[in-house]
Design a protein. Structure first.
Length: 193
């Protein structure tokens, strides 16, 4: 298949094979030559710590079962479980033994604080000094740390999303006009630990 694009013809233009023709060329002689990929490792100038490097030493099903085990039995997130597995040179049995000795960081945020954080994030974005005004007992470092852990799990539904869905499911009684103002005001009841 050969495609040819030509500019609009002028009244005094007779020759259709002029240099003004725009053509799309096909075929191997018109293709770019791509050099082979240089597989040497790129040097980095940062001090990042590598927690997980995928490997062919473990099949996907065994890896999924290992991560599920870490979540259910030891309350670890995926990142923690994979880091332990890498430390153990991808040996699942050794990783499970090391999990017995490892205690993940305990969540120090109450449900109310999490809800306030989400609200503040919705208003202020990543301006953590402003978010801290709503959560004065938390340091900016704690807010940033929580933000990155919350960002990873935000896909599951935030507390605000759950509350909004719950409010949509609760019908209002339209017979009572005296509660008009109360219906227009959203109140939030937060569960406690």
């Amino acid at each position: 298949m050969k495609l040819t694009l030509t500019p609009s013809k002028k009244a005094n233009d007779i020759d259709t094979t002029s240099d003004n023709d725009v053509r799309i060329h096909e075929g191997s002689s018109y293709q770019a030559n791509i050099p082979p990929l240089d597989s040497t490792a790129l040097s980095t100038d940062h001090d990042a710590i590598l927690f997980w490097k995928p490997t062919d030493l473990i099949n996907d099903q065994d890896l999924i079962e290992y991560i599920d085990y870490a979540r259910q039995k030891h309350h670890m997130n995926e990142e923690q479980a994979l880091a332990i597995l890498q430390i153990c040179k991808y040996k699942i049995s050794t990783g499970k033994l090391l999990m017995e000795q490892y205690t993940p960081e305990i969540d120090e945020w109450t449900v109310e604080e999490k809800f306030l954080f989400e609200q503040a994030y919705k208003f202020y974005g990543k301006t953590f000094s402003r978010i801290r005004q709503m959560l004065p007992e938390k340091s900016i470092a704690e807010l940033v740390r929580y933000y990155y852990s919350w960002k990873k799990t935000r896909l599951y539904k935030s507390l605000m999303d759950k509350h909004e869905k719950q409010c949509q499911l609760m019908p209002y009684d339209d017979d009572d006009e005296s509660d008009e103002e109360e219906r227009n005001t959203t109140s939030v009841s937060l569960p406690t630990k």
